[in-house]
Design a protein around this ligand. Structure first.
Ligand code: NAG
Ligand code: NAG
Length: 260
């Protein structure tokens, strides 16, 4: 009994496997949105898998605009492309887009149909590549942590500066994502967060208390110098006093001899 149920499971598993293999498949390499700079070109490349003997009868690319939600076909293989900014290559698997504008953002759907009428589709989101904006630094004084915030901006990278110099281990530790700085040294001076991407950079500075470091180094030097001066002055005074005493003794001696 048990063996038989095992047998059926085994069979079912293989039938399922066969079915999934038989079908056509289409996908994009990444699920992440593609960010495109205004005016530039981009390519969308779909991976289409076919079995031997299987062929495609049609490939369709649809674009659903981000704001209006309007969904229309931008290109079709083999028949036509409706948009002069779009060309298809490699049997329709690659869509080349020239002169991207923000209105071209949204979801692109590729639909492939084989000779048996099976259809598969995959989606890729396209977004505008935005400049870095509104950088600010938030501080958690109790834990000596600084957080760098930026309102929008594509692919931001973060750099921390202390007094205009990139932070070292002595100053603090930057988190893996670069957004936070855990200050381990003195929590003083100017901390700057610089956020960069392909379109430029923006920064914000947090000013903590004035660093006392310099005074601490100079104070002992000044004290030592003053002490040295005092010692020299005391020595001089002692010598002057000694000479004065000796002169007086000599004068006394002379006047004693004279009286004799
Ligand atoms: C746009 O239309 C196509 C074809 O009807 C569909 O496959 C796709 O899912 C639609 N896109 C969105 C984002 O709704
Ligand atoms: C400061 O950071 C600590 C640890 O991450 C957190 O528990 C605390 O709530 C933070 N304080 C403020 C004011 O954000």
């Amino acid at each position: 009994m048990e063996q038989r149920s095992f047998y059926w499971t085994f069979l079912l598993y293989h039938v399922c496997l066969l079915w999934s293999c038989q079908g056509l498949s289409v996908r994009f390499k990444t699920q992440q949105a593609l960010c495109v700079i205004k005016g530039q070109s981009f390519n969308l490349r779909a991976q289409i898998d076919l079995l031997d003997g299987e062929s495609l009868t049609r490939v369709t690319w649809d674009h659903a605009a981000k704001n209006s939600g309007k969904n229309h076909t931008v290109a079709e293989f083999p028949h036509r492309t409706s948009d002069e900014k779009v060309t298809l290559e490699e049997q329709g698997a690659v869509l080349k887009f020239r002169g991207y504008q923000p209105a071209d953002s949204g979801v692109y759907t590729i639909t492939v149909i084989n000779q048996a009428g099976q259809r598969r589709s995959a989606q890729q989101t396209v977004r505008e590549y935005l400049a870095v904006n509104h950088v600010s630094v938030m501080v958690n004084v109790s834990h000596s942590v600084l957080h760098c915030m930026e309102a929008w901006g594509s692919e931001p990278t973060f750099t921390w500066l202390h007094e205009k110099v990139v932070v070292t281990e002595e100053v603090g530790r930057v988190s893996a994502d670069g957004r936070s700085l855990h200050v381990s040294g003195m929590f003083c001076g100017h901390f700057t967060c610089v956020v960069r991407n392909k379109l430029g950079y923006s920064s914000s500075t947090y000013t903590a208390d004035v660093c006392e470091q310099d005074n601490r180094h100079t104070t002992p030097v000044v004290v030592c110098f003053l002490l040295l001066l005092a010692i020299i002055a005391a020595c001089l005074a002692f010598m002057v006093w000694r000479r004065h005493q000796r002169n007086r003794r000599e004068r006394l001696w002379e006047s004693y001899e004279n009286t004799l």
